[in-house]
Design a protein around this ligand. Sequence first.
Ligand SMILES: CC(C)(COP(=O)(O)OP(=O)(O)OC[C@H]1O[C@@H](n2cnc3c(N)ncnc32)[C@H](O)[C@@H]1OP(=O)(O)O)[C@@H](O)C(=O)NCCC(=O)NCCS
Length: 282
Amino acid sequence: MIEIRSCSGLEEMDACVELQIEVWGYDESDAIPRKTFLLAQKIGGQVIGAFERGIRDQPDMQDPAKAVEKERENLVGFAMSLPAIKQTRSGPRPYIHSHMLAVREAYRNRGLGAKLKWKQRDEALSRGIRHMEWTFDPLEIKNAFLNIHRLGAIVREYRADFYGVSSSRLQGGLPTDRLLAEWELNSPRVKGFCAQPVAAEIAIEECIHVPASIDEWKASEASRDRALAVQVENREKFQRAFSRGLAVVGFARDTEGNGVFELGSLASLKHQLFQDEDFYAN
Ligand SMILES: CC(C)(COP(=O)(O)OP(=O)(O)OC[C@H]1O[C@@H](n2cnc3c(N)ncnc32)[C@H](O)[C@@H]1OP(=O)(O)O)[C@@H](O)C(=O)NCCC(=O)NCCS
Protein backbone atom coordinates (compact mmCIF):
# COMPACT_ATOMS: atom_id res chain seq x y z
CA MET A 1 0.00 0.00 0.00
CA ILE A 2 1.40 3.41 -0.93
CA GLU A 3 0.49 6.54 0.98
CA ILE A 4 1.16 10.03 -0.39
CA ARG A 5 1.70 12.58 2.38
CA SER A 6 3.95 15.39 3.56
CA CYS A 7 7.29 14.24 4.94
CA SER A 8 8.16 15.03 8.51
CA GLY A 9 11.19 14.64 10.74
CA LEU A 10 14.88 14.33 9.98
CA GLU A 11 14.77 10.66 8.98
CA GLU A 12 12.25 11.26 6.24
CA MET A 13 14.24 14.22 4.91
CA ASP A 14 17.35 11.98 4.87
CA ALA A 15 15.41 9.39 2.91
CA CYS A 16 14.60 12.09 0.29
CA VAL A 17 18.29 13.03 0.04
CA GLU A 18 19.25 9.39 -0.48
CA LEU A 19 16.57 8.78 -3.08
CA GLN A 20 17.63 11.93 -4.92
CA ILE A 21 21.19 10.60 -5.21
CA GLU A 22 19.94 7.16 -6.23
CA VAL A 23 17.71 8.58 -9.00
CA TRP A 24 19.97 11.27 -10.49
CA GLY A 25 23.40 9.98 -9.47
CA TYR A 26 24.39 13.48 -8.38
CA ASP A 27 27.81 14.25 -6.98
CA GLU A 28 28.27 16.53 -3.95
CA SER A 29 28.17 19.71 -6.03
CA ASP A 30 24.61 19.05 -7.23
CA ALA A 31 22.92 17.05 -4.46
CA ILE A 32 20.51 19.01 -2.29
CA PRO A 33 21.28 18.50 1.41
CA ARG A 34 18.85 17.64 4.19
CA LYS A 35 18.81 21.16 5.59
CA THR A 36 17.53 22.56 2.29
CA PHE A 37 14.69 20.01 2.24
CA LEU A 38 13.84 21.00 5.80
CA LEU A 39 14.03 24.67 5.04
CA ALA A 40 11.91 24.36 1.89
CA GLN A 41 9.12 22.86 3.95
CA LYS A 42 9.43 25.37 6.78
CA ILE A 43 9.26 28.45 4.55
CA GLY A 44 6.20 27.55 2.51
CA GLY A 45 7.47 24.98 0.02
CA GLN A 46 6.63 21.29 -0.02
CA VAL A 47 8.35 17.98 0.68
CA ILE A 48 5.81 15.30 -0.16
CA GLY A 49 6.62 11.61 -0.09
CA ALA A 50 5.20 8.36 -1.45
CA PHE A 51 5.53 5.83 1.36
CA GLU A 52 5.20 2.11 1.04
CA ARG A 53 3.92 0.50 4.19
CA GLY A 54 5.64 -2.76 5.08
CA ILE A 55 6.17 -5.08 8.01
CA ARG A 56 9.57 -5.96 9.39
CA ASP A 57 10.69 -8.16 12.20
CA GLN A 58 12.58 -6.47 15.00
CA PRO A 59 14.32 -9.22 16.97
CA ASP A 60 14.35 -8.87 20.73
CA MET A 61 18.07 -9.03 21.58
CA GLN A 62 17.37 -10.67 24.98
CA ASP A 63 15.11 -13.30 23.51
CA PRO A 64 15.38 -13.63 19.69
CA ALA A 65 12.40 -15.97 19.68
CA LYS A 66 10.23 -13.00 20.69
CA ALA A 67 10.32 -11.19 17.37
CA VAL A 68 8.35 -7.95 17.51
CA GLU A 69 6.48 -7.04 14.39
CA LYS A 70 6.68 -3.35 13.72
CA GLU A 71 5.23 -1.37 10.86
CA ARG A 72 7.79 0.44 8.74
CA GLU A 73 7.37 2.94 5.95
CA ASN A 74 9.70 3.06 2.99
CA LEU A 75 10.08 6.22 0.91
CA VAL A 76 9.68 5.25 -2.76
CA GLY A 77 9.11 8.69 -4.26
CA PHE A 78 9.05 12.38 -3.39
CA ALA A 79 8.26 15.84 -4.74
CA MET A 80 10.13 18.84 -3.41
CA SER A 81 9.18 22.45 -4.08
CA LEU A 82 10.13 25.96 -3.07
CA PRO A 83 7.95 28.97 -2.36
CA ALA A 84 8.33 31.59 -5.08
CA ILE A 85 7.22 35.13 -5.91
CA LYS A 86 6.36 36.47 -9.32
CA GLN A 87 6.09 40.13 -10.22
CA THR A 88 2.76 40.52 -11.99
CA ARG A 89 0.85 43.58 -13.17
CA SER A 90 -1.18 43.46 -9.94
CA GLY A 91 1.92 43.24 -7.73
CA PRO A 92 4.00 40.41 -6.26
CA ARG A 93 2.19 37.07 -6.16
CA PRO A 94 3.15 33.82 -4.41
CA TYR A 95 3.41 30.57 -6.30
CA ILE A 96 5.14 27.20 -5.96
CA HIS A 97 8.23 26.23 -7.92
CA SER A 98 8.46 22.44 -7.93
CA HIS A 99 12.14 21.55 -8.08
CA MET A 100 12.28 17.76 -7.93
CA LEU A 101 10.04 14.80 -8.65
CA ALA A 102 11.47 11.33 -8.24
CA VAL A 103 10.14 7.79 -8.05
CA ARG A 104 12.38 4.79 -7.28
CA GLU A 105 12.93 2.82 -10.48
CA ALA A 106 11.11 -0.35 -9.39
CA TYR A 107 7.99 1.69 -8.56
CA ARG A 108 7.70 3.67 -11.81
CA ASN A 109 4.87 3.64 -14.35
CA ARG A 110 2.16 2.86 -11.83
CA GLY A 111 0.89 6.39 -11.44
CA LEU A 112 2.97 7.48 -8.42
CA GLY A 113 4.64 10.43 -10.20
CA ALA A 114 1.21 11.77 -11.18
CA LYS A 115 -0.18 11.18 -7.68
CA LEU A 116 2.68 13.18 -6.14
CA LYS A 117 1.94 16.08 -8.53
CA TRP A 118 -1.79 16.04 -7.75
CA LYS A 119 -0.98 16.01 -4.03
CA GLN A 120 1.27 19.05 -4.57
CA ARG A 121 -1.66 20.76 -6.27
CA ASP A 122 -4.12 19.94 -3.45
CA GLU A 123 -1.67 21.07 -0.80
CA ALA A 124 -0.95 24.36 -2.59
CA LEU A 125 -4.66 25.07 -3.17
CA SER A 126 -5.39 24.37 0.51
CA ARG A 127 -3.13 27.36 1.28
CA GLY A 128 -4.66 29.59 -1.39
CA ILE A 129 -1.75 29.20 -3.84
CA ARG A 130 -3.08 28.83 -7.36
CA HIS A 131 -0.03 28.56 -9.58
CA MET A 132 2.83 26.08 -9.88
CA GLU A 133 5.82 25.89 -12.19
CA TRP A 134 8.69 23.50 -12.79
CA THR A 135 11.30 22.89 -15.44
CA PHE A 136 11.92 19.69 -17.36
CA ASP A 137 14.32 18.43 -19.99
CA PRO A 138 12.68 18.64 -23.44
CA LEU A 139 14.60 15.51 -24.50
CA GLU A 140 12.93 13.38 -21.77
CA ILE A 141 9.90 11.97 -23.62
CA LYS A 142 8.37 10.32 -20.57
CA ASN A 143 8.54 13.51 -18.49
CA ALA A 144 6.96 15.53 -21.30
CA PHE A 145 4.19 12.94 -21.56
CA LEU A 146 3.52 13.13 -17.82
CA ASN A 147 3.71 16.92 -17.56
CA ILE A 148 1.75 17.88 -20.66
CA HIS A 149 -0.46 14.92 -21.53
CA ARG A 150 -1.27 13.61 -18.03
CA LEU A 151 -1.22 16.78 -15.93
CA GLY A 152 -2.26 19.44 -18.46
CA ALA A 153 0.66 21.83 -17.88
CA ILE A 154 1.45 24.23 -20.71
CA VAL A 155 4.83 25.56 -21.83
CA ARG A 156 5.76 28.86 -23.39
CA GLU A 157 9.33 29.38 -22.29
CA TYR A 158 12.65 27.72 -23.18
CA ARG A 159 15.69 28.11 -20.93
CA ALA A 160 18.93 27.15 -22.66
CA ASP A 161 21.57 25.53 -20.41
CA PHE A 162 19.53 26.57 -17.37
CA TYR A 163 21.67 24.98 -14.64
CA GLY A 164 25.02 24.95 -16.45
CA VAL A 165 27.06 21.75 -16.22
CA SER A 166 25.30 18.97 -14.29
CA SER A 167 26.60 15.74 -12.76
CA SER A 168 23.17 14.15 -13.32
CA ARG A 169 23.48 10.77 -15.00
CA LEU A 170 20.20 11.52 -16.83
CA GLN A 171 21.72 14.61 -18.47
CA GLY A 172 24.37 12.61 -20.33
CA GLY A 173 26.78 15.57 -20.34
CA LEU A 174 24.51 17.68 -22.59
CA PRO A 175 23.70 21.35 -21.86
CA THR A 176 20.92 21.56 -19.25
CA ASP A 177 18.22 22.97 -21.54
CA ARG A 178 14.81 23.12 -19.88
CA LEU A 179 11.20 23.86 -20.74
CA LEU A 180 9.20 25.75 -18.12
CA ALA A 181 5.94 23.95 -17.27
CA GLU A 182 3.16 26.23 -16.02
CA TRP A 183 0.25 24.72 -14.07
CA GLU A 184 -2.67 26.99 -13.34
CA LEU A 185 -4.02 24.88 -10.49
CA ASN A 186 -7.68 25.85 -10.46
CA SER A 187 -8.17 26.55 -14.15
CA PRO A 188 -10.88 24.66 -16.05
CA ARG A 189 -8.10 22.98 -18.05
CA VAL A 190 -6.23 21.55 -15.04
CA LYS A 191 -9.45 20.67 -13.19
CA GLY A 192 -10.47 18.72 -16.29
CA PHE A 193 -7.17 16.83 -16.31
CA CYS A 194 -7.79 15.66 -12.69
CA ALA A 195 -10.19 13.09 -14.07
CA GLN A 196 -8.47 12.21 -17.36
CA PRO A 197 -6.33 13.76 -20.12
CA VAL A 198 -8.33 16.28 -22.13
CA ALA A 199 -7.58 17.07 -25.76
CA ALA A 200 -6.99 20.82 -26.12
CA GLU A 201 -9.69 22.63 -28.08
CA ILE A 202 -7.08 24.34 -30.15
CA ALA A 203 -5.63 24.12 -33.63
CA ILE A 204 -2.14 22.58 -33.60
CA GLU A 205 0.07 24.87 -35.67
CA GLU A 206 3.44 23.21 -35.15
CA CYS A 207 4.88 19.90 -33.97
CA ILE A 208 8.35 19.34 -32.54
CA HIS A 209 9.64 15.76 -32.57
CA VAL A 210 11.92 13.85 -30.19
CA PRO A 211 13.20 10.45 -31.41
CA ALA A 212 12.69 7.46 -29.09
CA SER A 213 16.42 6.61 -29.31
CA ILE A 214 17.42 9.87 -27.61
CA ASP A 215 18.09 8.22 -24.20
CA GLU A 216 20.32 5.62 -25.85
CA TRP A 217 22.20 8.34 -27.77
CA LYS A 218 22.71 10.40 -24.59
CA ALA A 219 23.96 7.41 -22.63
CA SER A 220 26.87 6.60 -24.95
CA GLU A 221 29.91 8.73 -25.70
CA ALA A 222 29.94 7.46 -29.30
CA SER A 223 26.42 8.67 -30.11
CA ARG A 224 26.16 11.74 -27.87
CA ASP A 225 26.64 14.08 -30.85
CA ARG A 226 23.40 12.79 -32.35
CA ALA A 227 21.55 13.68 -29.15
CA LEU A 228 23.22 17.10 -29.11
CA ALA A 229 22.14 17.71 -32.72
CA VAL A 230 18.49 17.02 -31.78
CA GLN A 231 18.82 19.31 -28.76
CA VAL A 232 20.23 22.18 -30.85
CA GLU A 233 17.66 21.78 -33.62
CA ASN A 234 14.72 21.55 -31.21
CA ARG A 235 16.01 24.48 -29.13
CA GLU A 236 15.81 26.70 -32.21
CA LYS A 237 12.34 25.42 -33.09
CA PHE A 238 10.99 26.00 -29.58
CA GLN A 239 12.51 29.45 -29.31
CA ARG A 240 11.14 30.49 -32.70
CA ALA A 241 7.67 29.08 -31.93
CA PHE A 242 7.49 30.74 -28.49
CA SER A 243 8.55 34.09 -29.95
CA ARG A 244 5.58 33.76 -32.36
CA GLY A 245 3.21 33.41 -29.39
CA LEU A 246 2.77 29.63 -29.61
CA ALA A 247 2.70 27.40 -26.53
CA VAL A 248 3.01 23.66 -25.97
CA VAL A 249 -0.54 22.51 -25.30
CA GLY A 250 -0.31 18.80 -26.07
CA PHE A 251 2.12 15.91 -26.22
CA ALA A 252 1.74 12.57 -27.97
CA ARG A 253 3.87 9.45 -28.33
CA ASP A 254 3.65 7.07 -31.24
CA THR A 255 3.79 3.27 -31.18
CA GLU A 256 7.59 3.35 -31.60
CA GLY A 257 7.99 5.60 -28.54
CA ASN A 258 8.84 8.81 -30.42
CA GLY A 259 7.49 11.96 -28.79
CA VAL A 260 5.70 14.91 -30.38
CA PHE A 261 5.23 18.30 -28.74
CA GLU A 262 2.06 19.95 -30.09
CA LEU A 263 2.01 23.74 -30.19
CA GLY A 264 -0.85 26.14 -30.74
CA SER A 265 -1.78 29.74 -30.13
CA LEU A 266 -2.32 30.41 -26.44
CA ALA A 267 -4.92 33.10 -27.18
CA SER A 268 -7.40 30.50 -28.38
CA LEU A 269 -7.02 28.54 -25.13
CA LYS A 270 -7.77 31.56 -22.96
CA HIS A 271 -11.17 30.46 -21.68
CA GLN A 272 -9.69 27.16 -20.39
CA LEU A 273 -6.56 28.60 -18.94
CA PHE A 274 -6.83 32.09 -17.64
CA GLN A 275 -8.46 31.78 -14.27
CA ASP A 276 -5.58 33.90 -13.11
CA GLU A 277 -4.54 36.00 -16.09
CA ASP A 278 -1.83 37.87 -14.23
CA PHE A 279 0.53 34.92 -14.38
CA TYR A 280 0.30 34.84 -18.16
CA ALA A 281 0.52 38.55 -18.82
CA ASN A 282 4.30 38.87 -18.56
C1 LIG B 1 9.50 11.18 -13.93
C2 LIG B 1 9.10 10.20 -12.85
C3 LIG B 1 9.03 10.90 -11.50
C4 LIG B 1 7.70 9.66 -13.19
O1 LIG B 1 7.27 8.79 -12.16
P1 LIG B 1 6.24 7.59 -12.46
O2 LIG B 1 5.72 7.12 -11.16
O3 LIG B 1 6.87 6.58 -13.33
O4 LIG B 1 5.10 8.37 -13.27
P2 LIG B 1 3.62 7.90 -13.62
O5 LIG B 1 3.52 6.40 -13.56
O6 LIG B 1 2.65 8.67 -12.80
O7 LIG B 1 3.46 8.43 -15.10
C5 LIG B 1 4.33 8.07 -16.11
C6 LIG B 1 3.60 8.05 -17.43
O8 LIG B 1 4.57 8.03 -18.49
C7 LIG B 1 4.32 6.91 -19.31
N1 LIG B 1 5.59 6.46 -19.86
C8 LIG B 1 6.45 5.54 -19.37
N2 LIG B 1 7.51 5.42 -20.20
C9 LIG B 1 7.32 6.28 -21.21
C10 LIG B 1 8.07 6.63 -22.36
N3 LIG B 1 9.25 6.06 -22.63
N4 LIG B 1 7.56 7.57 -23.18
C11 LIG B 1 6.39 8.18 -22.91
N5 LIG B 1 5.64 7.90 -21.83
C12 LIG B 1 6.09 6.96 -21.00
C13 LIG B 1 3.67 5.89 -18.40
O9 LIG B 1 2.98 4.92 -19.14
C14 LIG B 1 2.76 6.79 -17.59
O10 LIG B 1 1.63 7.17 -18.34
P3 LIG B 1 0.21 6.45 -18.10
O11 LIG B 1 -0.20 6.83 -16.71
O12 LIG B 1 -0.66 7.03 -19.15
O13 LIG B 1 0.45 4.98 -18.27
C15 LIG B 1 10.10 9.00 -12.78
O14 LIG B 1 10.18 8.41 -14.04
C16 LIG B 1 11.48 9.41 -12.31
O15 LIG B 1 11.77 9.43 -11.12
N6 LIG B 1 12.37 9.75 -13.27
C17 LIG B 1 13.74 10.19 -12.96
C18 LIG B 1 13.78 11.59 -12.38
C19 LIG B 1 13.07 12.61 -13.26
O16 LIG B 1 13.28 12.66 -14.46
N7 LIG B 1 12.23 13.45 -12.63
C20 LIG B 1 11.39 14.42 -13.29
C21 LIG B 1 12.03 15.71 -13.50
S1 LIG B 1 10.80 16.81 -14.20
